[in-house]
Design a protein around this ligand. Structure first.
Ligand SMILES: [Zn+2]
Ligand SMILES: [Zn+2]
Length: 384
């Protein structure tokens, strides 16, 4: 019997071809017709019969040789970002305004590699391979979770890898609890009488309110961060269109990130208060609106301990690095880990000398990690 690591190594060249093909033809969001068709085709060529629904991905159920009653779910995301590529690689995106800048092309190639290896040599446990669209902002995870193949008991577990463009290639980064943050969005609309620039004492001034709010949000985040890291970032500001007029309205938007439900609610309440205070001090009204983003990705400590022990044996203990704190990035794999225990980890894929992180238009990834990632998926499928 071939070891999973040997199987993955044998598939390195084929996974690289798959990755490059997917990289050249990126699609954004939930509607990924070419990507769906390609994955479907490859899985069928492997002799597998995927459950496929447009806009909700593909899943394949595999029967284990020694099922212990619970199923292992392995997930890859399929969507690209609305970015025009400037990486300079010779297999760059052929589609202006779309780029696999987050590395989801590598995730798909690794899971296709796992599909081929499992087709040759079945998993020990029952396994469902899940390819999902719309990770970046469309909650595609919730759609794929509706597949018949994913109607599983509470005893199932789920595993996913995310490549990391600025960590050394082949290193695995993990936490034993929260892995990625809660992420949400806010908007503040200031409205007031406005007035003549020469008589600010008579005018309510949204510019002044916005300035107070930005500083208030920073102070709030700094206060709360004493307990555990939080982020409150104002990213957008739209106020005024003349040098001699105090505008009667203004809008701010921004992002918050937090690592616990408690901190998240303190942050939201605090921002709403900061908006009210800034408005009152600037003689305008404030309307605060909050939009729910993704919940935190929460790893299961026992699962992580078993995973670390097994990956240590297969990849070498040096490859495994506990993270000093959770990532402030967000991920809709959170919804898988709300249903089942399991884990998500980062797999370092840095090309030496390159320092652009995921989502950059010039980001590059070391493709030699495909075999490492496929090994991890195969081991997770056999069961920790
Ligand atoms: Zn991303
Ligand atoms: Zn991503």
């Amino acid at each position: 019997m071939t070891s999973r690591r040997e199987q993955a190594a044998d598939l390195q060249g084929w996974m690289t071809e798959q990755r490059r093909l997917l990289h050249q033809h990126p699609e954004v969001g939930l509607d990924l017709p070419d990507t769906h068709a390609h994955i479907d085709d490859v899985l069928r060529t492997c002799g597998l019969a995927p459950e496929r629904h447009e806009q909700s991905g593909l899943t394949v159920a595999l029967t284990g040789t020694d099922p212990d009653g619970s199923t292992r779910v392995l997930r890859a995301d399929m969507d690209a970002l609305p970015i025009t590529e400037r990486s300079g690689v010779d297999f760059a995106s052929t589609r202006p305004g779309a780029m696999h800048a987050c590395g989801h092309d590598l995730h798909m190639a690794m899971l296709l590699g796992a599909a081929r290896a499992f087709a040759d040599q079945p998993p020990r446990r029952d396994v469902v391979l899940a390819f999902q669209p719309g990770e970046e902002s469309d909650r595609g995870a919730l759609k794929v979770l509706e597949h018949d193949n994913l109607e599983l008991g509470d005893d199932a577990s789920a595993f996913a890898i995310h490549v990391h463009a600025t960590q050394p290639a082949h290193t695995v980064h993990f936490t034993r609890d929260v892995f990625m943050a809660y992420g949400d969005w806010f908007q503040v609309d200031f409205s007031g009488p406005g007035g003549h620039a020469a008589t600010p004492e008579d005018a309510g001034n949204p510019v002044e309110a916005a300035a107070r709010f930005v500083l208030g949000a920073q102070a709030l985040a700094a206060d709360l961060a004493g307990e555990e890291h939080v982020v409150a970032t104002v990213t957008e500001l739209q106020i005024g269109n003349a040098v001699n007029v105090i505008s009667a309205s203004g809008r701010l938007r921004g992002t918050i990130r937090s690592l616990s439900a408690g901190q998240r609610s303190r942050l939201i309440t605090g921002l709403e208060e900061a908006a009210a205070e800034a408005a009152s001090a600037s003689r305008v009204e404030a309307a605060f609106a909050f939009t729910e983003g993704y919940p935190a990705v929460r790893n299961d400590p026992d699962y992580v301990d078993r995973m670390v022990a097994r990956f240590g044996e297969v990849l070498g203990a040096d490859a495994l690095t506990p993270m000093p704190r959770p990532s402030m990035v967000i991920e809709d794999f959170a919804y898988f880990l709300q249903k089942w225990s399991g884990a998500m980890v980062y797999l370092g894929a840095q090309v030496p000398g390159h320092h652009s992180f995921n989502h950059s238009d010039d980001v590059v990834y070391d493709e030699s990690v495909l075999a490492t990632g496929a090994t991890m998926l195969l081991e997770a499928g056999d069961g920790f």
